[in-house]
Design a protein around this ligand. Structure first.
Ligand SMILES: O=P(O)(O)OC[C@H]1O[C@@H](O)[C@H](O)[C@@H](O)[C@@H]1O
Length: 302
């Protein structure tokens, strides 16, 4: 068990900015997160009940992803805040898609757990003059990354830091998790019966009739009122995802159709992942003065 810094080391053959590495040395599990965007860029874990087998990388990161803080990472777990997708409200109009959290430099707060059961580190982000120029609200973010033998948990807390009587604000938050998977055989369930926004078809709403949702064609679906427990399976592997506090889940895979137009997506990268993204994507959370909101994702390696 340990949490340690890996400043400007080379990972994936690329020079990265400050990162924090947590490892459960005796179990072979590890997680690496950049301070840039608080982006988890690697999670290695043995399969449950297979501790004798070597740990596997569970997240996809494009070999063309920038890991030097010049742009959001194409892969891992980018943190989306204060809005999902392109800006639709005037107060977000100065920011790029998915907001500033994934492209800001966070700071290390504390190691809140370091035991045989797991390692947990907390990162924080607060307003800076640069962010204030884009988004002037009294917000603060805390992101907690917890590694256990077969599990990765990421918790996001959004706080309204204004005193009683101060301003409230609306936000959306989402964990844009790129699960390393054999996309051609991926299924995500249970989503049957849920209403989803089909962004590929222009944003109309549909009802999901499939028991197992695949991503064999370009998929960009926002499932509303999702249950918070998802089985993600593919030939030879799978993960279980539990989400708390997030009322939606987005399933995204650009396929060749859209993936080949993404500059930092490696060729064929779309065959290697499925994004399952717990979030508040179709609705806004309003946070009054002094209030706090929390969202959590727990991913178990099978
Ligand atoms: O290219 P970005 O900004 O990282 O976004 C990737 C995708 O993120 C998904 O969450 C969205 O639903 C998609 O519409 C979007 O294309």
């Amino acid at each position: 068990m340990s949490a340690r810094w890996v400043p400007t080391e080379r990972l994936f053959g690329m020079k990265i900015i400050s990162a924090v590495l947590c490892a459960l040395d005796d179990k072979g599990a590890s997680v690496t997160a950049l301070l840039y965007g608080a982006t988890v860029i690697s999670w290695k874990s043995p399969s449950e009940g297979r501790d004798d087998a070597p740990p596997k990388e569970r997240l996809f990161v494009s070999s063309k992803a920038a890991l030097d803080g010049s742009k959001p990472v194409r892969g891992g777990i980018p943190v989306v805040f204060p809005f999902f997708g392109p800006a639709t409200r005037p107060e977000h109009s100065k920011m790029g898609q998915h907001g500033f959290a994934r492209s800001s430099q966070w700071h290390y707060v504390a190691t809140v757990l370091d035991s045989d059961a797991g390692v947990s580190v907390q990162l924080g982000l607060k307003p800076t003059p640069e962010i204030d120029a884009l988004y002037a609200f009294p917000w603060a973010l805390t992101y907690t990354i917890t590694l256990a033998a077969h599990q990765l948990t990421t918790d996001i807390a959004v706080k309204n830091t204004s005193a009683t009587g101060g301003a409230s604000f609306d936000f959306q938050a989402l964990l844009h998790t790129y699960i390393a998977a054999h996309a051609a055989s991926v299924s995500v369930s249970p989503l049957t019966g849920l209403t989803y926004i089909d962004k590929v078809a222009g944003g109309g709403e549909r009802t999901e009739s499939r028991e197992l949702v695949d991503v064999r064609s370009f998929t960009d679906s926002v499932y509303k009122g999702a249950g918070g427990r998802y089985s993600v399976r593919w030939e030879g592997g799978g993960v279980d995802v539990r989400a708390n506090g997030f009322g939606d889940v987005v399933v995204w895979n650009p396929n060749k159709e859209a993936g080949s137009k993404i500059g930092d997506m490696e060729d064929g990268g779309w065959d290697k992942f499925v994004c399952v993204e717990p979030g508040t994507a179709s609705y806004w959370v309003t946070l009054g003065a002094g209030e706090e909101w929390k969202g959590q994702q727990v991913i178990s390696a099978l």
